[in-house]
Design a protein around this ligand. Structure first.
Ligand code: PYC
Length: 310
């Protein structure tokens, strides 16, 4: 299987460019369901150690159902499947450009949660116009063992997020373990207390925020992804969810830059427009860099040919 690895502001993406599973010609929702039901061993092989790592997000390219899309793309990680992935869309666009499959300018990608556009500004810089995003509930309190009551907003940005304004620890890499533990506890408490996104959807990302000392950034975040790894980038779908909250609170006007910094100090520049249905359309700009062009091999008899899992 041929893959191309990139990182988007520090967060890795592995795009399967050859040798991935054929998921048929159904909708993107149907195809991701088929991936999970029939080919999950491929997700594990591509993402898990010893070939991958917990932070890695995979992207399977497939034929889109729509003529106006350059590719269909299905995202997956160390625990399952993602509806959308902002950093992954930037990594996919840079990978497609590296393969000469898209030209500078706007192309569309079809994902299981809708069509997103990627504007290739140069060979490393991409603006993703994400799916419509919105805040579902404001100031929801969850009682978390050892942390007490934690209040946050529930918002959709292509994935479901619980956004907490006050981080329990300063957001820096020295506190990565403590932040991960705290966010995991919040995620588990949300599930145990039946606090969900719309239609009972699991909230599988927790996002902490703080102010930042970096003069031209607006905020710093720490994002815990499903599977327990933290996002090295500021998280495209998480930044979209944040913009939806800022828009509804009236503290960020449309077409105004919001510079979101990650726990490692990398950044996305984000802005939004309004779609007239109480939702926003976020645009996220960031950079991705190709790191490797690899053939993944699974030799007969390899006890970890499908990755190391519990
Ligand atoms: O950038 O949207 C994102 C993302 C989701 C999970 C990891 N990165």
């Amino acid at each position: 299987m041929r893959v191309i690895d990139s990182h988007t502001e520090g967060e890795p993406t592995r795009v399967i460019v050859e040798g991935g599973p054929d998921l048929g010609r159904g909708s993107m929702q149907e195809r991701i369901g088929r991936f999970a039901d029939e080919f999950d061993h491929i997700r594990r092989m591509v993402i898990l150690e010893p070939r991958g790592s917990d932070a890695l997000v995979g992207a399977l390219l497939c034929q889109p159902t729509r003529d106006d899309c350059a590719a269909g793309v299905l995202f997956f990680n160390n625990t399952g499947y993602l509806g959308m992935c902002g950093h992954g869309s930037i990594g996919t666009a840079v990978t497609l450009a590296h393969l000469n499959k898209i030209a500078p300018g706007i192309s569309k990608l079809e994902t299981p949660v809708g069509v997103v556009s990627v504007n290739l500004l140069d060979k490393n810089t991409v603006t993703v116009e994400n799916v419509a995003s919105y805040r579902y509930k404001k100031r929801v309190t969850v009682t978390v063992p050892e942390l007490g009551d934690v209040t946050g907003d529930i918002a959709w940005g292509g994935n479901w997020f619980f956004l907490v304004k006050e981080s329990p620890f300063p957001i820096c890499l020295d506190n990565e373990r403590a932040l991960t533990d705290a966010a995991l506890k919040v995620m588990q408490a949300l599930e145990q207390q039946g606090i969900t996104g719309r239609d009972g959807s699991t909230i599988d990302h927790v996002e902490y925020f703080s102010d930042t000392n970096t003069p031209d950034a607006n905020s710093r975040n720490f994002v815990l992804c499903p599977g327990g790894a933290y996002d090295r980038s500021p998280c495209g779908t998480g930044t979209s969810a944040k913009l939806a909250c800022l828009a509804e609170d009236g503290v960020l006007a449309p077409d105004t830059d919001w510079v979101q910094e990650s726990v490692i100090g990398s950044r996305f520049v984000a802005r939004y427009s309004i779609n007239g249905r109480n939702e926003i359309i976020p645009s996220i700009t960031g950079r991705a860099f190709i790191c490797a062009e690899t053939t993944l091999v699974q030799q007969p008899g390899d006890p970890f040919g499908e990755g190391i899992s519990a």
